[in-house]
Design a protein around this ligand. Structure first.
Ligand SMILES: Nc1ncnc2c1ncn2[C@@H]1O[C@H](COP(=O)(O)OP(=O)(O)OP(=O)(O)O)[C@@H](O)[C@H]1O
Ligand SMILES: [Mg+2]
Length: 446
């Protein structure tokens, strides 16, 4: 539909009745639809000057701001609109009735949006959070300029673990070590006390990408009957340099609220990698110190909180984090061995129609493949079978041939990691920290 004539008609109607906010809000939306964001913003602002809680105008203003690259402003408008109309159903008009000074904003379910600035919130009480909402986007922006941290974790994902070690294929040696160094003491407080093992500190899983670190951490949470809370550390740091400490504290607080909880920090090396970037602000030290004091639980109770970390680049991990009482135990997670590969293939083909398969043979042919590479093999074979099924109009099971073809088209992805790791094993292993890696590399060569 050509919008110009409608827009022109609305404009002349408004010239006669400038106080008709409903018409002006509609005009703003049409201007936006027509790609005229700046004009849309002018009209929406005029409506909001008279009616600050006009939900339709707030939403139009949000989109117009976003279209003009003003993200903070767009977020402010969106936040106000959401507070007035949490269900998002009121697109048209003003919020009915007088607005209470304090609104209840439910905590967000599901995966959060990254890097969204939050206004300061009072301490949580009950299930929801009381939040005094400013009246205009300008006030909200003002408030944000004074606060730079998240007080409620919008970082990472939190939920039931869903898997246990039984779902982790093969890797007998890794499981045995996890059982000894982590699960047994965690499960058994009496034993823990007897052997003087402290609950303090965490465990770091390290190794090449896509080989099951995250999967294993999740399975450990499952073993402990704990919630799994996964946080990418670089997200914490990137969000607001300088306020990462507060973010970190709120993450630990959220984990404590959800006990028993296994808090999993992915990319723990990000702290080390960002060192030069953060040095000037002194933020890096602050974050490390915050991490240490949270791990110590000196001022808070850490019972029922299990902390794990993972890294593909342990050589970049800040050494302060690896000292006793911190992430002082580490387990190397190498590419899956033969039984692991077979189990991983089985895991990824479960529930799919398959013909006669020789998974043992496929496992033999995929030496050096990571868990993620094997998942890709299964995906590709599945796609081939689906394509064939669509071609002939009936379900064709995945064949051994299709898997073999997929194996030859997927390139193992850990080559680059192995090259870097080899350098550290050869030239950076004075402490013996990479002995296990070195002997694996030697075996691999043969
Ligand atoms: N032993 C295993 N048993 C079953 N599945 C596995 C196993 N190892 C890895 N996988 C599969 O491989 C995928 C990749 O593993 P995961 O994401 O845990 O790797 P990662 O080491 O955390 O990788 P990254 O370093 O990229 O974060 C997982 O989704 C999982 O399905
Ligand atoms: Mg991972």
């Amino acid at each position: 539909m050509a919008l110009d004539p409608v827009i022109a008609a609305l404009q002349s109607a408004l010239a006669a009745a400038p106080d008709n906010h409903a018409v002006r809000a509609h005009l703003a939306q049409l201007l936006l639809d027509d790609g005229r964001a700046a004009e849309a913003m002018t009209e929406a602002s005029a409506v909001l000057a008279a009616e600050p809680d006009h939900v339709g105008a707030l939403r139009t203003a949000a989109e117009a701001a976003s279209a003009s690259g003003e993200e903070a402003r767009a977020t402010a408008y969106r936040r106000l609109a959401d507070a007035l109309d949490p269900s998002g159903t009121d697109v048209g008009g003003a919020h009915p009735g007088p607005r209470a000074a304090t609104e209840s904003v439910p905590s967000r379910p599901g995966p959060p949006e990254p890097a969204r600035p939050e206004p300061a919130r009072p301490e949580p009480g009950g299930d929801g959070f009381a939040l005094a909402m400013p009246d205009t986007a300008d006030e909200l922006l003002d408030e944000w300029s004074g606060t730079d941290a998240l007080s409620e974790p919008e970082v990472g994902t939190l939920g039931p673990a869903g898997v246990t070690l039984a779902d982790v294929g093969g890797l007998g040696e890794v499981k045995k070590r996890l059982e000894l160094s982590f699960l047994t003491p965690m499960r058994n407080p009496a034993l823990r006390a007897q052997f003087g093992k402290s609950l303090r500190g965490g465990l770091m899983l390290w190794g090449p990408p896509g080989c099951g670190k995250t999967f294993i951490a999740r399975a450990l949470a499952g073993e402990l009957g704990a919630t799994f809370y996964e946080v990418g550390l670089s997200d914490v740091l990137d969000m607001y340099i300088g306020s990462s400490e507060r973010n970190l504290r709120s993450i630990f607080d959220a984990a404590r609220r959800n006990r028993p909880c296994l808090l999993f920090f992915d990319e723990i090396d990000a702290l080390g990698q960002k060192r030069s970037q953060l040095r000037h602000s002194g933020a890096m030290r602050g974050v490390v110190n915050q991490m240490l004091s949270e791990l110590d639980g000196a001022t808070t109770d850490n019972e029922g909180l299990f902390v794990l970390a993972a890294s593909n680049h342990p050589w970049d991990v800040d050494s302060a984090l690896l000292r006793p009482g911190r992430f002082d135990r580490s387990v190397l997670v190498l590419p899956p061995d033969l039984p692991a590969r077979e189990a991983i293939l089985r895991f990824h083909l479960r529930g799919r129609p398959t013909g006669q398969l020789d998974l043992g043979k496929l496992a033999k042919a995929t030496e050096g493949f990571s868990g993620a590479d094997l998942a890709l093999v299964c995906e590709q074979a599945t796609e081939a079978a689906m394509e064939e099924s669509m071609g002939c109009g009936e379900v064709r099971p995945i064949t051994h041939r299709q898997l073999v073809d997929a194996v030859s088209s997927v390139r193992p992805s850990i080559g680059e990691w192995v090259e870097t790791a080899r350098n550290y094993a050869l030239y950076g292993n004075d402490s013996g920290a990479y002995d296990e890696l070195a002997s694996w590399l030697k075996r691999r060569r043969r």
